[in-house]
Design a protein around this ligand. Structure first.
Ligand code: SF4
Length: 351
């Protein structure tokens, strides 16, 4: 028996060509394709002739993911919710819906089962990499969250489990479907790829030619020495190499890179830290620094910063002329905040 193909991993052109239908049937096939993303169902019989539908039905499917656990937590900005999706092979990944202060929400997607980047502050990194997600599994997190859980979102960020540029093919395939007007139809500027900073991956991402796609990089330390102890990738690629890759990335004049800095008091907020961040940003190009207060997980490498500590660090950045903002931690009680996905508390269910 031939394996069915998951429509959620195909852009419309790829789907049309896989269908083998003649071009006159394109509009009807497109309607079936749109409905697959909108309703999460593959129902060619609603749009195509009986003969075409019978021929196509067994060849394709819509691979919705089973929501094994859902938890939510209310805060000032709205409700943060986390879902643990079960994959066909029994593995699981997590997606998080994060409310935006001005309304709307951002959906945080996973790109891998586990991760091999080994960042010291991250629960996911402790488990190592099990496997890459397929493009269909990445897209399905968004479709399943909307169809099965009713989650609406305006933005997508690749900041869940895994390093997206370490699964480049999966990421590239998912982006193509997300931007396809007949599929998810997301505007490029509403999607951000967050990376630990793999220079070759950044160059490949630029090569995809998405001029308005967002990019953010985890800096987390002002120098190579400290950075490589927090993030092993820092030992392989120094800040100079990373800044050069980022400086070559912008594809439009008003592009602003995101620079994420997970603030761990006593670890990366010492004297000279803000100078190091400023030097990096000068070399990398226009950037907005996102200061993320550290969330201690099950194997903490420090404590969460106090508000005065966050304020002091922010002041030291803005004094140096940097654009910076605090990204308020959301979903702490859910183990859904940065660096907490995939940890042992990850599957706390809510009845
Ligand atoms: S922070 Fe991101 S890149 Fe680092 S180990 Fe965790 S999931 Fe991987």
């Amino acid at each position: 028996m031939t394996e069915t193909v998951d429509i959620l991993g195909l852009g419309f052109e790829a789907f049309f060509s896989a269908s083998g239908l003649v071009s006159g049937k394109r509009p009807n096939l497109r309607a079936a394709y749109r409905a697959a993303f909108r309703d999460g169902r593959w129902e060619p019989g609603r749009f195509l002739s009986r003969a075409d539908a019978e021929a196509l039905f067994p060849r394709f499917r819509v691979g919705l993911l089973e929501a094994a656990r859902v938890a939510s937590e209310s805060g000032e900005a709205g409700t943060t919710a986390k879902v643990v999706f079960r994959l066909d092979d029994g593995q699981s990944v997590e997606s998080v819906r994060i409310p935006s202060p001005g309304g709307g929400a951002t959906l945080c997607l996973s790109s891998q089962v586990g991760c091999r980047m080994g960042c010291a502050f991250c629960e996911t990194g402790r488990a190592g990499l099990a496997r890459n997600l397929t493009a269909a599994e990445i897209v399905s997190q968004a479709v399943s969250a909307r169809v099965a859980l009713g989650w609406e979102f305006s933005n997508v960020v690749f900041m869940g489990m895994g390093e997206p540029l370490d699964n480049f093919d999966g990421l590239a395939g998912a982006l193509a479907v997300m931007f396809d007007q007949s599929a998810l139809g997301l505007a490029q500027e509403r999607v951000t790829v967050c990376t630990v900073g793999l220079p070759a991956g950044i160059a490949r991402l630029k090569g995809l030619g998405y001029r308005r796609l967002g990019l953010s990089v985890s800096l987390n330390a002002p120098d190579d020495g400290l950075r490589s102890t927090l993030m092993p990738v820092g030992g392989a690629h120094g800040l100079g190499e990373l800044a050069a890759a980022l400086a070559a990335y912008p594809s439009r004049r008003n592009f602003a890179l995101g620079v994420n800095y997970c603030l761990i008091p006593g670890v990366n907020d010492g004297p000279g830290a803000a100078d190091g961040v400023a030097a990096f940003v000068r070399a990398a190009g226009r950037a907005l620094v996102n200061v993320i207060p550290y969330n201690p997980g099950t194997a903490p490498i420090g404590r969460a910063p106090t508000e005065p500590e966050v304020d002091a660090f922010m002041a030291s950045l803005t004094e140096r002329g940097l654009e910076a903002r605090v990204r308020a931690p959301r979903g702490r009680g859910l183990a859904a905040a940065c660096g907490q996905l995939g940890g042992p508390n990850a599957t706390v269910g809510v009845p």
